[in-house]
Design a protein around this ligand. Sequence first.
Ligand code: SF4
Length: 667
Amino acid sequence: MAFPNLFSPISINTLEVKNRIVMTAMHLGYTPDGEVTDRLVGFYTARARGGAGLIIIGGCTIDALAGMSNMVAIYEDRFLPGLKRLAREVKAHGAGVALQLYQAGRYTHSSMIGGEKPISASAVRSRLTGETPRALEPEEISGVQMKYAEAAGRAQRAGFDAVEILGSAGYLISQFLSPLTNVREDRYGGSLENRMRFGLEVVERVREVVGSDYPIIMRLAGNDFMEGGNTNIEAGIFASELEKAGVDLFNVTGGWHETRIPQLTMSVPRGAYIYLARGIKAAVTVPVLGSNRINDPAMAEELLENGEVDMVTMARALLADPDMPNKAESGKSDCIYHCIACNQGCFDSIFRLQPVTCLVNPQAGMEGEIPVRPADPVKRVMVIGGGPAGMKAACTAAERGHQVTLVEREDQLGGQLLLNRNIPGREEMVTAGDDLVNNLNAHGVEIMLSREADVPWVKEVAPEAVILATGARPLLPDIEGVDKQKAAMAWDILSGKAVAGKRVVIIGGNAVGLETALYLANQGTVSPEILHFLVANRAESWETLEALISQGNRDVTVVEMAKKAGQDIGMSTRWTVMAELRRLGVKILTGAKALAVTEKGLDITRAGNNEPLPADTVVIAAGSVPENSLARQLGGVVSEVYTIGDAKEPRNALEAIKEGFLAGLRI
Ligand code: SF4
C-alpha cells in the first residue's frame, strides 16, 4: 500500500517537515538529573533514522520547580551543551526536532520540588496529586510567563527547529483556562476571555523572544473531559485566539489527567479523539495535528486523505517500532510492530518511577546498549513453544542470521495472547502476536504447528541450540471439589473450550480472573452495531441504552483473597478495568477465601463467616505454574538449552517478550 499523503512534506511557518508523522513529547525517565544522556540521544536518533518527520522532545522543565527532576531540563543555560548535541544528532538523520516547554502547575507533587507548594491559577486541590497548590499572585504571573519565553530562546539557541507550548492535559495553561481550577477575580479569571489571557500572553512572550519566523506549536486539550470544564467549543475559541497570538501548529489531544474517561488505554478505540482535532481545525487556518491511539500508517493515511487532520502524532507507535515510517514507505508495513496501548512498558513504568520500555519492543531505550548483531557462528536453533516469548526468541535469532525452527503443539501461534481475543478492551493483545507471526515469516523462520516436541524427535532433528518457551499451565488450587464438573479453568472459558452457566463465581481476582469476569459479564449486552442503530434512530431512552450495554445475561462474582483485586494490572489500566466491571455489575468479594466447590456453588469464608455462593459454574483463575519438564530431559541431548518466559516463571507478556529477545541475542 502506498501512503502518498503520509509521506508528503508540510510547512510549519518556515520549517519544512518531510512527512506527516510526528513523535510527540513523552516522559521517558532517561535523564536522571535533567541533563541529556547518551541513552536519550540513542533513543531519539533511532526514531529519526527510522523515518519520523518531526520529533518533539519533552516535556522539558522551564523552571526547576515545574515538574519532576528526571525530566529533560531547559531552565538554565547549563543544559545547553546536551540539548545542542541532541538537536544536532536528531537533525543529522533527517527529522525535524522541536522541544516542549513544560510547566505542570498543580500537577507537580511537592515531594518532587523540595517540599515547595506547586503553583496554579487558584488554590484548588488536585485529584492527581492529592495536594492543594497555591494561587499565583498577580505580580508573579509575568515572571512565570517569561520562564516559557526564556526557555524557548534557549531551545532556539540549542538548534531546535521549533518549540511546543504545553497547554493540554490539565497543566498550568489548562489550569488558567478552566473554570474548575481558575476562580480568580482579577483579569486572569472569570470570563473565558480572562481565563485565556495567561496562555495567550505566554505565546506572545515566546513570540517576542523567538521572532516571527520561528515555529510555535501549541499542545491543546480538544475537550478537558472534566465535568463543568472546557469542551471542544471553548478549545476552538482559545485556538482561534492563539493563532492570532502566533501559534503555527495545533497538536490536539484529549482530556486532563484527572478525567475519568480513558484516554490512552487499550479500551480507547483507535483514533477515538480525532473528532476533537476536527473541531479545532474548523476554528483555525494553520495545520492541525491529531493525537491518541493512531498506531498504523494505513489509518494515518486515511485521516490525512479525508482532510480530518494535517499531521498525525505517533508517539507510542514509534516507541513500539522506531522503523515504522521507513517500513511503511518501503512497502514493508507487514513487519511493523504496532503499539497495542497496553501501557505496561511505558506509562506503568513512569508511575513506578522507572525508565520507559515497551512490551513489543524490548530494545526501546537500550538502543546503544543491546544492539542486534549478526550471528557468528550461524547455528541451527529450535524454539519450542509459540507464545510471545518463543516467537520473540525465534524472530530475534533469525534476524541475526541463525537457521530457526519454531515448534508449537497447538494449531496456531500466539499462546496466552490469544486468550485476549474475546475480552472487551483487551483484543489488541492479539495484535502483538500477529505482528510477531508476520516478522517470523519475514525472517524465514520455519514454523511447525500441531507438533509435540518430545526428546526422541528433538534428538533426531539435532539442533545445536534449543530455546524452551513452553509456557505455563493453570494452577489447580487445593480446594475441595475443584475437580467437580461445575468447575472450569479460566483459560478454557476464554478460549471457548468450556462454557459457563448463568451464575458464575470466579476464584481469583488477579488479571486473568477479572478479565474472565469482563468477558462473561459482557455476554448478552448489545453489540456496537446495534447500539449505533438504536442511537441513530433515537429508538430508546438514554437510560435504556445504558442498560442495554451494561446488563448481560450472566451473574458474575469474583472471589479474591487479598484486600484488593487486580493488583497485577498496571496503574494506568487497573482503574479502567475496575470501572468496567462496576458498570457491568460484577460483584467483587475481597478478603474472601474459597473453601469448597459444592453441588450448589462455592463455599467461602470472609471476615470470619462462612457463606455459600450459589453458582452454576465455578471458574478457577488461581495463577499458573511453569511447564518446563522438557528442560531436564534435554540436558544431555542438546548442548545449549535456554528456558525462558512463563516456562521459567509465570509473569506477564512484557517479561516474556523481553526474555525471548535476550535469548535470541545470546545464541
Ligand atoms: Fe504501546 Fe504497550 Fe509499548 Fe507502551 S508498552 S508503547 S502501550 S506497546
